[in-house]
Write a protein that binds this ligand. Sequence first.
Ligand code: PMP
Length: 401
Amino acid sequence: SSILSSILPAPEDPVLSLIFGFRDDPSPVKLNLGAGAYRTEEGKPLVLDVVRRAEQHLANDLSKNKEYPPFSGLPDFNILSAKLILGDDSLALKEKRVVTVQCLSGTGSLRVGAEFLAKHNQQLTVFLPIPTWENHLSIFTMAGLSVNHFRYYDPKSRGLDFKGLLEDLGSAPSGAIVVLQACGHNPTGVDPTLEQWEHIRQIVRSKGLLPFFDSAYQGFASGSLDLDAQAVRMFVADGGECLIAQSYSKNLGLYGERIGALNIVCESENVARIVESQVILVVRPMYLCPPIHGASIVTTILKDSDMYKDWTIELKGMADRIISMRQQLYEAIKARGTPGDWSHIVKHIGMFTFTGLNEEQVRFIAKEYHIYMTYDGRISMASLSSNTVPQLADAIHAAVT
Ligand code: PMP
């Protein structure tokens, strides 16, 4: 048989089966809480006003051309992105210890970082939280790293398994990579407190582990770009090494533009120069250089103080709507006298919440209430609206009683 005809089909993706279930449901009230993208109160995708303005500005700027950017992306984009995550007055930036490479959003940044690390150390193990964004496992495995796990979520408290986390990182081998989500943990909605982050930092540093932050939701969780960067900045402030994958998918709503950056914080400028030369060798044979449109949008907004300010307002609007959905859902469940403690819905942060519903209950809700979520009981708060909260509260009530 031929090379192509002997290929076996990929295993069924549970997320896809959910999407197909939603697509094939004829109910007019069907609701998809599985997708990880912001929706308005009307259930529509949102293009930020400031993004439209930046695009108009770019379209009118005749000095712009479509030449190839450098392999590492648009220089202004990289500097402004590093400042956004590390802070304007970051010592690491002043000391020129940070390498920033424009990548294909968060996923591309994680993959380039993983390929770079794997290429220079075949023995590396990466520790992922249980649970984590499902693509982490494939990204690091495909890069050739061995994957291990550390405890993160405690189903009993529906919060952080802090003791388990510290125990597992405490017994990780020195030199291992630890993937930490900077804020708005996907899929659980559970973030460590600042005090807990400080403990995590101490154990990561004392064990000689290499933190790899996934910052997919900066500003989108709390509504403040600075607050959501606190954990990352805490690690960078101690002078140690770390990697940060940055995404503009959520906070600027640029999902399909595939725009983000990989930041590698090194111990010296000298190391940073060497690292940069090697990261480019990862990028070049894969896609030569990154696309310029998304990077130009981001640069236009970050450079202009008016647009930047407008962005922070729109961003806070999205975060606040999500926080208000948490409150409304919690109140609606309480009003129905649903058994159990549902306060985790308001304690969680970011786009997602682990409801605590099991697979059987998730299937029941899809069948009887036409509401679709992933089988682990994760819902996207950003896909809810004041109109659909009662439907979900009814469904949850029926599923648990
Ligand atoms: N990391 C996490 C934790 C995510 O939830 C996502 C998006 N679902 C990503 C990374 C990647 O998104 P993107 O590649 O669009 O930045």
